[in-house]
Design a protein around this ligand. Structure first.
Ligand SMILES: *[C@@H]1O[C@H](CO)[C@@H](O)[C@H](O)[C@H]1NC(C)=O
Ligand SMILES: *[C@@H]1O[C@H](CO)[C@@H](O)[C@H](O)[C@H]1NC(C)=O
Ligand SMILES: *[C@@H]1O[C@H](CO)[C@@H](O)[C@H](O)[C@H]1NC(C)=O
Ligand SMILES: *[C@@H]1O[C@H](CO)[C@@H](O)[C@H](O)[C@H]1NC(C)=O
Ligand SMILES: *[C@@H]1O[C@H](CO)[C@@H](O)[C@H](O)[C@H]1NC(C)=O
Length: 404
């Protein structure tokens, strides 16, 4: 028992340290919150299958106007396509925080709020803006700017408030907007290799086509969200000898390293995506296959510990999938050693570090998470930190068992 206690103390200290170093994140999960309210189960289901739940979780400040199952039944009876339902529900996700209190304290009794439909690119003019009015009797109503003669919907009650990040309010029915309700042409199904081949990444597409299991892993992530960084043909050609040298497992890992199981629109990438977990990442602390994405002036760069690649073009951006062409094969440090010729020289001293040891060079590109706390990917990083924490706890538990 004597030896046991210090270990426990160490474990709790570790917990405290990890909590302190974990990225600050709102870390909410709308699906999980609404799951506690079965009267909103249909609304919750549709937030998930339209991927709006991901959009909501990514935002730092958001208000969701939810309708109960009867309200959703009314929408579903109109037999909209899933894409139209997405637009209609997107009107009900406001990009600002409105708790019940704020609703009753609107300056001049009303305000215009923007919804994520407004910023979706599907909304012309002022569509997607919601007029919130606080009436004299304390009644609050919501109406779209293009309601087309429909009457406003009413605030019923507050479901959950996490000031000033997330507010979920019940409204009595779905708001109307002809623009949001319009039929949406279905985007063509995503064929990764075909799209890549058409836009300068044919050699990389061929490598994927040669590894059926790897390609399947990419494809399995298409529905849930996927971002691929495909190296352009000249980059794959220059890398051919190194690729040949890899073991079969190394080849799979290298290819998987180019996929991230989460959707990053160009805008999200630019707002500093931070350190990303890839399809090659495992839970263990050693083989983690991460890289970081940063904005460098107008460029978006992808940094592994070995190389820095630049995003050259957007091959496709079709929520929930995006493919970006990069000018280099992404080499993970788990598979490659720093090649001194490739290592970035410190600014202003091109030759000064010629004799630098490879460990100095390896410390060059900074893969550590940036301090910027408000990153849209913070929830994602938090999840990664959580897995890492779980692994450490498992490790400590093992150590405790061994010590006793
Ligand atoms: C709300 O988001 C901010 C970042 O904008 C974060 O610092 C804060 O901790 C969050 N608050 C809650 C209650 O999650
Ligand atoms: C959110 O919660 C749901 C239900 O608990 C779960 O299935 C889903 O994986 C969670 N999403 C994230 C991003 O953690
Ligand atoms: C909201 O609508 C009401 C009623 O039509 C109108 O009086 C008010 O000016 C509108 N508010 C804003 C901010 O547009
Ligand atoms: C995708 O395109 C490739 C050619 O790049 C083709 O071989 C493959 O059959 C296509 N896959 C699907 C699912 O259509
Ligand atoms: C391939 O591996 C051999 C043996 O390890 C090594 O000598 C050679 O430099 C490697 N080639 C490349 C291009 O990495």
């Amino acid at each position: 028992m004597r030896r046991f206690l210090p270990l426990l103390a160490a474990a709790s200290l570790l917990l405290v340290l990890m909590a302190a170093t974990a990225p600050v994140a709102h870390g909410y999960n709308i699906t999980k919150i609404l799951a506690q309210h079965p009267e909103f189960s249909t609304f919750n289901h549709y937030l998930s299958i339209t991927h709006l739940a991901n959009d909501i979780n990514r935002r730092l400040t958001i208000t969701v106007l939810a309708v109960d199952n009867a309200g959703m039944a009314d929408v579903l009876s109109r037999h909209y396509s899933l894409l139209t339902i997405r637009n209609v529900l997107a009107l009900h996700v406001l990009t600002d925080y409105y708790g019940a209190k704020k609703l009753h304290q609107l300056t001049k009794g009303s305000t215009l709020a923007s919804s994520i439909f407004q910023s979706s690119g599907h909304a012309p003019g002022t569509t997607g803006y919601i007029n919130i009015s606080d009436h004299r009797a304390g009644k609050v109503s919501f109406i779209t700017e293009d309601a087309g003669g429909a009457s406003p919907v009413s605030f019923v009650k507050s479901i959950k408030e996490m000031p000033y990040n997330l507010s979920i309010l019940q409204v009595n029915r779905i708001m109307s907007s002809p623009e949001a309700e319009a039929p949406v042409a279905a985007p063509p199904p995503v064929n990764l290799t075909e799209l890549m081949a058409k836009k300068g990444c044919k050699a990389f597409a061929d490598l994927l086509l040669a590894e059926a299991d790897v390609l399947k892993t990419f494809e399995d992530n298409l529905d849930g969200g996927l971002t691929v960084f495909c190296p352009i043909d000249s980059a794959v050609k220059a890398f051919a000898a190194k690729y040949k040298n890899l073991t079969a497992e190394g080849k799979s890992s290298l290819l998987l390293y180019h996929g991230v199981p989460i959707y990053f629109s160009p805008q999200l990438l630019k707002s500093n995506a931070g350190v990303l977990t890839t399809l090659a990442s495992t839970d263990g602390p050693k083989k983690n296959y991460h890289f970081s994405v940063k904005t460098d002036g107008l460029d978006i760069t992808v940094k592994t510990h070995i190389i820095t690649a630049t995003v050259q073009s957007t091959v496709i951006d079709q929520d929930p999938d995006a493919i970006y062409a990069v000018n280099k094969v992404l080499e993970p440090r788990e598979l490659f050693k720093v090649d001194l010729a490739d290592a970035p020289a410190p600014a202003g001293s091109k030759k000064a570090h010629k004799g630098a040891s490879s460990s100095d060079a390896a410390a060059g590109p900074d893969e550590a998470p940036s301090d910027q706390e408000a990153s849209d990917s913070s929830a994602f990083r938090l999840a990664a930190a959580g897995r890492c924490l779980a692994a450490s706890i498992a490790g400590l538990a093992a150590a405790v068992v061994l010590a006793v």
